[in-house]
Design a protein around this ligand. Structure first.
Ligand code: C5P
Length: 216
């Protein structure tokens, strides 16, 4: 069977991570959460004293950050200077409040572009059946030729309920607005992507539906 690349895009709290991890297990794929890449860079940039309001100072800080990869089960995680920060560190209120600001800076996106594309090779080398990558610009910018592209969405009530369950309180609406309106790689539904409303369905139903579409 052929190596598959699956691009999974959508706004905050629409169910991308649970769906992508479930599909990775079901189909034997390597899973990559690019939201965690932007969170990890944001965490490191904040620790180094960078200010998203002064984007001209960011490239020199980025030059001090060396990217690496740790494979944990099915997921490939981003390390910075040899360390993968803990989930609590990259999901803190401070990172929530700053990640979309740093993600709008072209130098930050540039830092991740080749790295994210190179993960397809890594998945091949590690003999996964394919790669599932979730984010905001995967089907539009990172893998515009991916044969399988999905765009998840859900109504506001479903998304707030999901966030509350995860104990997160940041304004997902504000983050989506910033992500959709930035100039570089905005959150869009990629051309030709299959749109899926996760609101009315259970996680298992969404995974079944997407797995069927991929294997068809
Ligand atoms: O997916 P998650 O909500 O953890 O993503 C955090 C933030 O990272 C997003 O709000 C967005 O600003 C940024 N991001 C991005 N491009 C991606 C993935 C995430 O700009 N491909």
């Amino acid at each position: 069977t052929q190596f598959k690349i699956i691009a999974m895009d959508g706004g905050a709290a629409v169910g991308k991570s649970s769906t992508s991890k479930g599909l990775a297990t079901r189909l034997g794929l390597m899973h990559v959460d690019t939201g965690s890449h932007y969170r990890t860079l944001t965490y490191a940039l904040l620790a180094a004293g960078a200010d998203a309001g002064q984007p001209e100072t960011i490239p020199q800080v980025l030059d001090t950050l060396r990217l690496s990869t740790e494979i944990e089960g099915r997921s490939a995680r981003l390390g910075i200077n040899g360390q993968v920060p803990a989930d609590a560190e990259i999901r803190s209120p401070e990172v929530n409040a700053n990640v979309s600001k740093f993600a709008a800076v072209p130098a930050v996106r540039q830092k991740l572009f080749d790295y994210q594309r190179s993960l397809a090779e890594l998945a091949r080398e590690h003999k996964y059946a394919g790669l599932i990558m979730e984010g905001r610009d995967i089907g539009s910018v990172i893998f515009p030729d991916a044969e399988h592209r999905f765009f998840l969405h859900a109504d506001e009530a479903t998304r707030s309920a999901r966030r509350a369950k995860e104990g997160q309180t940041d304004s997902i609406a504000a983050r989506d607005k910033m992500d959709s309106s930035r100039k570089t790689a905005p959150l869009v539904c990629p051309d030709g992507a299959t749109q899926i409303d996760t609101g009315p369905h259970t996680l298992e139903e969404v995974i079944d539906k997407i797995a069927t579409l991929i294997e068809k």
